[in-house]
Design a protein around this ligand. Structure first.
Ligand code: PMP
Length: 448
């Protein structure tokens, strides 16, 4: 019996007693490798001494102040660390407590930008099918998640619509080369702008590397350049959601660096505080901020816990460790090892259709039949089975799933901490492969 209103009423989660490095120990004495850093959060692993010390110091000085009166000492330093060198023209930061709040902030900033620039008719957000941008109503509306969105569809606030994601494994046609597929997607986005009315769209939102719905799916080369060009031509802002894929996770500090385009607004969260404190935020382009400064001069948004001093102290320490220990470069190196290790063990596995990702952000798409790409029946909950089987062997991986026209696409995601060693990468790949085998063996006979 649990009194927690968690996901379902059957599974009572294990109680985590302690965690350090890449390992978590539970009350039943078991130790598990945190192979996905929770939901791609724990980028430094657990109990990093520099972060613990920064939190301790901040708690002793100031736990909380309201931004209407004060900011805590680390807040400006965190903003300076992130945008002091104006990466991609991003000049300002704003800090909230989660990824969803970051997405809400981004959407509202896009709307305010439209108003401040004399375009009140811009009220529509275009997102992509099978996307997830958070569970609050505005973020849920911007997303195209076919599982989480429908129950709330009648009460979602802003006007939004969705175009196809870049999902070569399932949606690139036979004989269609990469350039032709990218052009087809760009044409679809252009057509959607025309359908809505190009001057009614305030923003397009997408993840540079899709995490929770498509399983570590990066776009093909040229896709984001085409998207950027369409947004610019129609005067819409480009919001890139790097809640999961940002801050080093894909082998560059920002995932957009690998696309050669920068956003107008970037959302950050998980890798920002590494789970040491709940924190998310946005980074905004100079031209967006300047329009507001020259207009009303007021950012019309705010939260009680915005720029929370302890959360910002933790995030600053996390970002400093990433910078000082060259962990982004380390992610790129370990990422190549993880890719090789996974492909060696699972590359020909009959139930692994695709292995994809970047940096330390990898997913396996699980299929009933590798040749035909037939997904497992949704009622089998295959990604959940793999999660349990792998957990039983001592590895936590993150089950994620999209829905393709009512058919479940099962994925399991790995996002190990940036401090994972070469040996641990091999262990993670071993346990992952064994967990998938166990789950397949455990299927009801009729399903195999
Ligand atoms: N955007 C993306 C891309 C995410 O993956 C998530 C969480 N998985 C969110 C937004 C929402 O973040 P949070 O759960 O912190 O509200």
């Amino acid at each position: 019996m649990t009194r927690l209103l968690l996901r379902n009423f059957r599974e009572v989660p294990d109680v985590a007693l302690s965690a350090s490095g890449i390992r978590i120990r539970s009350a039943d004495g078991r130790e598990v490798i945190d192979g996905s850093g929770g939901a791609a959060v724990a980028c430094l692993g657990h109990a990093h001494p520099a972060v613990l010390e920064a939190i301790r110091r901040q708690i002793e000085k100031v736990c909380y102040v309201h931004t209407g009166f004060y900011v805590g000492e680390p807040v400006e330093a965190l903003a300076e660390h992130l945008v002091g060198h104006e990466p991609g023209g991003l000049t300002h930061a704003y800090f909230v407590s989660s990824g969803s709040e970051g997405v809400e902030t981004a959407i509202k900033l896009a709307r305010q930008y439209a108003l401040e620039t004399g375009q009140p008719q811009r009220e529509h957000v275009i997102g992509r099918r099978q996307s997830y941008h958070g569970n609050t109503l505005g973020a849920l509306g911007a997303g195209g998640n076919l599982v989480r969105r429908p129950p709330y569809a009648p009460i979602l606030p802003q006007a939004s619509s969705h175009v196809s994601p870049c999902y070569p494994y399932r949606e690139q046609r036979a004989g269609e080369d990469d350039a032709a597929y990218v052009k087809r997607l760009a044409d679809e986005l252009e057509a959607e702008f025309q359908r809505i009315g190009p001057n009614r769209v305030m923003a397009f939102i997408a993840e540079p590397v899709v995490g929770a719905t498509l399983g570590c799916q990066a776009a093909l080369p040229g896709y984001f350049k085409a998207v950027r060009e369409i947004c610019d031509r129609h005067g819409a802002l480009l919001i890139l959601d790097e809640v999961m894929c940002g801050l080093g996770r894909t082998g560059t500090l920002h995932a957009w660096e690998q696309e050669g385009v920068a956003p107008d607004i970037q959302v950050i969260a998980k890798g920002l505080g590494g789970g040491y404190q709940p924190i998310g935020g946005i980074l905004a382009a100079g031209r967006v901020v300047e329009a507001i400064r020259a207009g009303s001069g007021i950012h019309r948004h705010g939260h009680t816990y915005a720029a929370h001093p302890v959360a910002c102290a933790a995030a600053l320490a996390v970002q400093q460790v990433i910078h000082e220990e060259n962990l982004v470069e380390q992610v790129a190196i370990r990422g190549r090892q993880l890719e090789t290790a996974l492909k060696r063990r699972l590359g020909q596995h009959p139930n692994v259709g695709d292995i994809r990702g970047r940096g330390l952000f990898w997913a396996m798409e699980l299929v009933e039949d590798r040749e035909t790409k037939t997904p497992f029946a949704p009622e089998l909950g295959m990604n959940g089975r793999v999660k349990l089987a792998t957990y039983a062997r001592g590895l936590a991986c993150y089950p994620v799933g999209g829905t393709i026209d009512g058919v479940r696409g099962d994925h399991v995601l790995l996002a190990p901490p940036y401090i994972t060693t070469e040996d641990e990468i091999e262990t993670i790949a071993d346990l992952m492969a064994a967990g998938i085998d166990d789950a397949v063996k455990g299927l009801p006979r009729s399903a195999t």
